[in-house]
Design a protein around this ligand. Structure first.
Ligand code: MLC
Ligand code: AMP
Length: 505
């Protein structure tokens, strides 16, 4: 029996027939029947371009319904979908293409020249474009292609996708996700959050991460629901969309912005049945303020690229502010003491580990990294600090890993520090996350100039431009004479966070 995730989707798509699947705000979109047909055309184009089962298809394009159809086409032909943040610079893309060795790179029409150059340098044999209006060479190829109606057989342990996540040291790692990982999590979430055919998801997240791609789209497909597909978060549009949507999935920044909006009322949200938050901590204040203003308790859940979703507040039952709820069915968790590795008692803080069919199978071509984080007994070390409270709910209380989460995007300080340190006149630097009212945490650099060097904030920021995606670039740069270190020589980032804590307040 084939375990291609697309088999499940295709069955549901056939059943749903002419029902709406995906529509943009401008009214452009696809019914389920149309989406199924176009995914076959795109699959035909992929095969014509030489994409074979197991090949990677790298995609860096702006959000459009066709991007989701390309994802489905990739699954259909048994290839591996590899989405890339649209903010990545050429240097960043060069690394991903050389590491993943995709058979095809799909880019935006506007970046074709640069992308073709990078593809040639990295040995990627084919580059196609996809625009936001169903335009670009890939869509032209799909129009001409013979539809590939068959669904290539896959084992449940075969790869469906690779999503890159930055590492605390060195290079980004490609998390390898199987058909089983994605299928099991979509089925679990559909059930846990009571998704059905009558749902209409307001989709305002980017689609190159697990939240906007798998949580949002896979659950919608599995339930046979529909999506209002928005280019990005815009409070004006969301307020209007809530009169005909049923579910919103967002990062905490969505909710802090909505809470600050005077139009957020019980009337405006009356038709909505569910608000989900994840990817970064939702403060108890935002949770409470949202409930006061609308009567809806946001359902906070916890996940990761490597694991899909692990822990969720309940659909029925109490959604506790400041907690992420309890393990989803089929997911096991344990909290271990950082020093001794023994299991922590309830109420004690430790490192959260998770195990289940949702947990990835390892990092692409990095067996050692995989062994460090994915234990022999199947538990994955998340690097998040957690505890189980008196209600049996999990609280994420901090991070053991050096990571900043800005508006739901992960920024690894080490990566930013390395680029800052290359700038002439910099002796060393430390990148930290500081409380930020809009983004949760604001990326901030603290720089030590070399003796006699004259540096300023604009110079450092200029140096980063074009080298790092904009969301990774510090919002502020400070200069100090030396970094605080402990006796082991480790930079004391806590002290820096304290010193600069009011920067964005
Ligand atoms: C945009 N910018 C950001 C930023 N987003 N800077 C820091 N952090 C961010 N998150 C910058 C842009 O580069 C631009 O810079 C300026 O801010 C305005 O851009 P914008 O596009 O208008 O931004 P805005 O609409 O305000 O976007 C903020 C946001 C968006 C929070 C709505 O970032 C967003 O949708 N985030 C969702 C991230 C996400 O999906 N995470 C899921 C990861 S999966 P300039 O200087 O050019 O003006 C995961 C696992 C799990 O974590 O559990 O889900
Ligand atoms: P990513 O690597 O982009 O998948 O991000 C995963 C990380 O996001 C996790 O390891 C957590 O640190 C963080 N995260 C996701 N959901 C939550 C949440 N509800 N509360 C706190 N942190 C979260």
């Amino acid at each position: 029996m084939s375990h291609n995730l697309f088999e499940t989707f295709a069955r549901r798509m056939q059943e749903r027939g002419d029902a709406d699947f995906i529509t943009t705000r401008e009214g452009r979109g696809y019914s389920y029947t149309e989406a199924l047909a176009m995914s076959a055309r795109l699959a035909g184009a992929l095969v014509g371009l030489g994409v074979a089962p197991g090949d990677r298809v790298a995609v860096q394009v702006d959000k459009s319904p066709e991007t989701i159809l390309l994802y489905l086409a990739t699954l259909r032909v048994g290839a591996v979908y590899l989405p890339l943040n649209t903010g990545y610079t050429g240097d960043e893309i060069r690394y991903f293409l050389s590491d993943a060795e995709p058979a095809l790179f799909v880019c935006r029409p506007a970046t074709l020249t640069e992308s073709s150059g990078i593809a040639a340098e990295t040995g990627c044999p084919s580059v196609q474009t996809l625009g936001t209006e169903a335009d670009g060479s890939l869509m032209e190829a799909a129009e001409k292609a013979t539809p590939h109606d068959a669904i290539v057989e896959r084992h449940d342990s075969d790869l469906a996708a690779i999503l890159y996540t930055s590492g605390t040291t060195g290079r980004s790692k490609g998390a390898m996700l199987t058909h089983r990982n994605l299928a099991s999590n979509a089925a679990t979430l559909m059930e846990a959050w009571r998704f059905s055919e009558s749902d209409r998801l307001i989709h305002a997240l980017p689609i190159f991460h697990t939240h906007g791609l798998f949580v949002a789209c896979n659950v919608t497909l599995m339930a046979g629901a529909s999506m209002l597909f928005l280019a990005k978060f815009d409070a004006d549009v969301i307020v209007e969309a809530m009169s005909h949507g049923t579910v919103l999935m967002g990062v905490p920044t969505f909710y802090t912005r909505l809470v600050a909006d005077p139009r957020l009322t019980p009337e405006v949200t009356a038709r909505m049945r569910l608000f989900v938050s994840g990817s970064a901590p939702l403060t108890a204040e935002t949770h409470q303020a949202f409930e006061e203003k609308t009567g809806h308790a946001i359902l906070e859940r916890y996940g990761m690229t490597e694991t899909n979703m692990n822990i969720s507040n309940p659909y029925y039952g109490t959604r506790r502010a400041g907690t992420v709820g309890q393990p989803l069915p089929g997911v096991e968790i344990r909290i271990t003491d950082r020093e001794t590795g023994r299991e922590a008692a309830d109420g004690e803080i430790g490192i959260l580990q998770v195990r289940g069919p949702n947990v990835f199978i390892g990092y692409w071509r990095m067996p050692e990294k995989t062994r460090e984080e994915l234990l022999d007994d199947g538990f994955f070390i998340t690097g998040d600090l957690a505890m189980i409270d008196e209600h049996g709910y999990v609280q994420i209380v901090g991070r053991d890993k050096d990571l900043v989460i800005s508006g739901g995007f992960n920024v690894y300080p080490k990566e930013v520090e390395e680029v800052i340190d290359e700038y002439s006149g910099v002796a060393e630097s430390a990148v930290i996350g500081l409380p930020h009212p809009d983004l949760g945490e604001g990326v901030t650099a603290v720089v030590v100039p070399q003796p006699g060097a004259r540096l300023d904030e604009a110079g450092v920021l200029d140096h980063l431009e074009g080298r790092l995606a904009r969301y990774k670039q510090p919002k502020r740069v400070f200069f100090i004479d030396s970094l605080p270190r402990n006796t082991m020589g480790k930079v004391q980032k806590n002290q820096l966070r304290q010193q600069f804590q009011d920067t964005y307040r």
